[in-house]
Design a protein around this ligand. Structure first.
Ligand code: SF4
Ligand code: SF4
Length: 208
């Protein structure tokens, strides 16, 4: 296995990094494959909260000493708290966390991440759902969620695929908008929803 420096991190990672998005549906086989790759010298894995069960399966694969042999990348979800489960999870974390545990280096890292995130010009939709149901049955919050996710990882086509292969054929795409304006008055974020929907549609139906 060849290894290369990972940017300016000082880490040497395998040239073959294993993406953990599309695991085998057979969990045992997925775990076996991850360990097989690590045994073969792969030391860089990439997963994400939004990859279904990927983080859980990756966690299982990295038991029994395999975690120490790897560098693991994952990504934060791009939405705010929108379910009771997420709220309870956040409450639990803040209940247990002690104050002032972050070092200046931690704070700088978070600041850098925030700057990158804000530079992505995501749509400020909170997913509250006050704009639905739309009389044309457009999945407004879902479309904005896909777009924001796409903005975070532009090389990652899954959000486009979901839009083009699921929402559009199902008649829930932005192309159904008749600009009636019924949604905008309900949006607490004051978003120009029809205009943004059109922007997302244009971006998502482009080839590639
Ligand atoms: S403006 Fe478009 S998205 Fe908004 S309610 Fe009307 S049809 Fe639906
Ligand atoms: S009302 Fe506005 S913020 Fe809420 S889901 Fe609809 S577009 Fe997003």
């Amino acid at each position: 296995m060849n290894y290369v420096p990972l940017g300016k991190t000082g880490l040497n990672v395998s040239r073959f990094g294993m993406g953990c998005m599309r695991f085998s549906k057979d969990e045992k086989e997925a775990v076996r494959m991850v360990r097989y790759a690590i045994d073969a010298g792969v030391n860089y894995l990439d997963t994400a909260y939004v990859y279904g069960d990927s983080e859980v399966i990756t966690g299982k694969a990295l038991k029994d000493g395999y975690r120490k042999k790897t560098f693991l990348a994952t990504k934060n979800p791009t939405w705010n708290i929108s379910t009771m489960e997420q709220l309870q999870d956040n409450l639990r974390i803040f209940e247990q966390a002690e104050s002032r545990v972050m070092s200046p280096a931690d704070q700088n890292l978070i600041r850098s991440i925030r700057e990158v995130y804000e530079s992505k010009q995501s749509i400020g939709c909170t997913g509250c759902g006050y704009c639905i149901p739309c009389p044309r049955n457009i999945a407004i919050p879902e479309i904005f969620k896909l777009y924001n996710s796409y903005q975070m990882m532009k090389t990652h086509p899954i959000d486009k695929v979901v839009y083009r292969d699921a929402l559009l054929p199902g008649g829930k795409g932005a192309d159904q908008c008749v600009y009636c304006g019924a949604c905008t008055s309900h949006c607490p974020q004051d978003l120009p929803i029809p205009k943004l929907l059109n922007q997302v549609h244009e971006e998502f139906v482009k080839s590639s």
